[in-house]
Design a protein around this ligand. Structure first.
Ligand SMILES: *Cc1c(COP(=O)(O)O)cnc(C)c1O
Length: 358
């Protein structure tokens, strides 16, 4: 049975992308073997890489003075590469702490130098994003790091802070989900497995001047320049992951680009939040109204027993991955770009029925 997959990551991918990958799996463009089996130096893979780059650049309107590279180790590797490459001794690395992923980035930075948390919602169990307009990173900080969407706590920046030092953003769970101005950031990065493709690599969009900061003793594979100077081909990159990303981003362009994606995401989130808000308290979203995520929607039921029953019944009805993260509890529906409106409609119908019968 085909299910609606609400997993937080790895996550659902568009049906048309999965079907196209299946069709091309054993014979890519008449070459007699799959793209996975081709050399990363082969012109067919070069074409894939070029298309991935061009798609990201076009969809996100990435300016010319930024490079786009693919680095193994997911977003978590970036938590270490960022301070290794971008820390300037004597200048603190500043952070907004809005959840588990921010905290992990801070933990790695501490291994390399001075860190400063300039905004945090930790005391309130990460139920909101501190007002971005009131975040004031220092002009001479090494950088200021934010997590644009908090996958576990279901919060998301609705606007971004202003920063005179380079602002870096972990956009793992909301990259390419809405229009934004890349030039406001020194670097944007994301594990690919939520909105872009399979797991195991990070997409890194980095301003060219920042690449030059790296101290001499950082190993080759951990230097941004190794990737930017070799178009991600210094060693063998995750070719299949990049291929899948090229298909997913083809799909984004085919359906109408970032405007259409954002429009759909707004409509999906609105429907789901209205089902929660209209449930007379049976379903309850703990997040501040101005911080609600359009990618990860979380809610509670009157008891943990009912939550367990909800997840079980939803699974039986063909909706998987709804159990909340173990640190937050409750229910979480991850509704990334590839989740169709039909999935949300089915979920809200199920929610209404479940409430009536419980
Ligand atoms: C999923 C996620 C990560 C971790 O990504 P990995 O690729 O598993 O390292 C980091 N940050 C955010 C915001 C995430 O959602």
């Amino acid at each position: 049975m085909k299910v609606f997959n609400f997993n937080a990551g790895p996550a659902t991918l568009p049906d048309v992308v999965m079907e196209r990958a299946q069709k091309e799996f054993c014979d890519y463009m008449g070459s007699g073997c799959g793209i996975m089996e081709h050399s990363h130096r082969h012109k067919l893979f070069e074409g894939v890489l070029a298309r991935a780059n061009e798609n990201i650049r076009t969809i996100m309107e990435v300016p010319e003075n930024y490079d786009i590279v693919y680095i193994q180790g997911g977003a978590s590797m970036q938590f270490a590469m960022i301070p290794m490459n971008l820390y300037v001794p004597g200048k603190a690395m500043e952070f907004a702490d809005t959840g588990t992923w921010s905290a992990k980035a801070i933990k790695e930075a501490k291994l390399f130098g001075e860190t400063k948390i300039i905004a945090s919602s930790k005391e309130d169990k990460y139920t909101y994003i501190p007002d971005p307009a009131k975040m004031t990173p220092s002009e001479d900080a090494s950088f200021f790091h934010i997590t644009s969407n908090n996958t576990i706590y279901g919060t998301q920046y609705q606007t971004f802070p202003e920063s005179k030092c380079p602002m870096l953003a972990d956009m793992s769970s909301d990259i390419m989900s809405r229009k934004l101005d890349v030039s406001k950031f020194g670097m944007i990065y994301a594990g690919a497995q939520k909105n872009l493709g399979p797991s195991g690599m990070a997409v890194v969009i980095i301003r060219k001047d920042l690449v030059e900061r790296t101290p001499a003793n950082v190993p080759t594979m951990l230097r941004y320049a190794t990737y930017t100077e070799n178009d991600s081909l210094y060693n063998t990159p995750p070719t299949f992951g990049i291929y899948m990303l090229s298909l997913v981003t083809d799909w984004v362009r085919e359906i109408g680009g970032i405007e259409e994606v954002e429009k759909r995401n707004n409509a999906k989130a609105a429907l789901l939040y209205s089902a929660i808000d209209g449930s007379e308290g049976f379903y309850r979203n703990p997040v501040a109204a101005d911080s609600r995520s359009k990618m990860n929607v979380i809610w509670r039921l009157p008891s943990e027993e009912l939550e367990a029953e909800f997840v079980k019944a939803a699974t039986a009805a063909g909706m998987i991955g709804l159990k909340g993260h173990r640190s937050a509890g409750g229910i979480r529906a991850s509704i990334y770009n590839a989740m169709p409106m039909e999935g949300i409609e089915k979920l809200v119908d199920f929610m209404a029925d479940f409430r009536k019968t419980h």
